[in-house]
Design a protein around this ligand. Structure first.
Ligand code: ITT
Length: 210
């Protein structure tokens, strides 16, 4: 049986870009959301080998520590020509200084080394695994992706992480050039375009009531 989210919810991320998106996605549901940072929760080690496993680790750690339901996202960029890299290592490719320009440059260098100059050779997708965990270890989990191609040089300064390099299929602007409503807004205001928005729609179907 699926469990509904009621009352207070911890958003179990230390990434400010994700936190803003997760807050915006939850906003229409009137959930009282507090962040892991606000509660000074420690960051667990992400030892999983899949997005889903890491989302579960983060949500369960926060739920147990805060004694509240906790909502986590594990996500990343998977590049076809790089056999899905950086994938679950997407944050780590930016290093301790979280330098995503350096991470995007590294990907571009690898693509150039493989002669991947045409859009058809530069396919990639973002993945988001979302998990809500309760202090009694009950979990609800969903996952979604958005397909696109990588552009060079990166374009736009909106969003976070790899957004400026990612052109979603069927669009002419990168995530870095889109407003937050365009990237992850839900109907009727947005298209539910991003990996996180698509996963959230699935989560809302099973766990949220307006
Ligand atoms: P938390 O674990 O605290 O949530 P994190 O940044 O370490 O924060 P992840 O381990 O899930 O999170 O790393 C995912 C990385 O993939 C993230 O740092 C971004 O750089 C990138 N990423 C994920 N979603 C993205 C998006 O919507 N736009 C751009 N980059 C994204």
């Amino acid at each position: 049986m699926h469990r509904k989210i009621t009352g207070r919810l911890v958003i179990a991320t230390h990434n400010p870009g994700k936190l803003a998106e997760m807050r915006e996605l939850l906003a229409p549901y009137g959930i009282d959301a507090v962040s892991a940072g606000d509660l000074d929760l420690p960051e667990p080690e992400e030892t999983g080998t899949t997005f889903a496993a890491n989302a579960r680790i983060k949500a369960l750690a926060a739920a147990r520590a805060a004694k509240l339901p906790a909502f986590a996202d594990d996500s990343g960029l998977a590049v076809d020509a790089l056999a899905g890299q950086p994938g679950i290592l997407s944050a780590r490719w930016a290093g301790p200084s979280k330098d995503f320009n350096a991470a995007m440059t590294r990907i571009e260098r690898l693509l150039q080394e493989r002669g991947a100059t045409e859009p058809a050779q530069r396919g990639a997708h973002f993945v988001s695994a979302l998990c809500v965990a309760w202090p009694d270890d009950h979990i609800e989990e969903v996952e979604a992706k958005v397909d696109g191609t990588l552009v060079w040089p990166p374009r736009g300064s909106a969003g976070f992480g790899y957004d400026p390099a990612f052109l979603p299929n069927g669009h002419e602007r990168t995530f870095g050039e889109m407003t937050s409503i365009e990237k992850h807004g839900l109907p009727p205001h947005g298209l539910g375009l991003s990996h996180r928005a698509k996963a959230f729609v699935k989560l809302a179907e099973i766990c949220l009531e307006r």
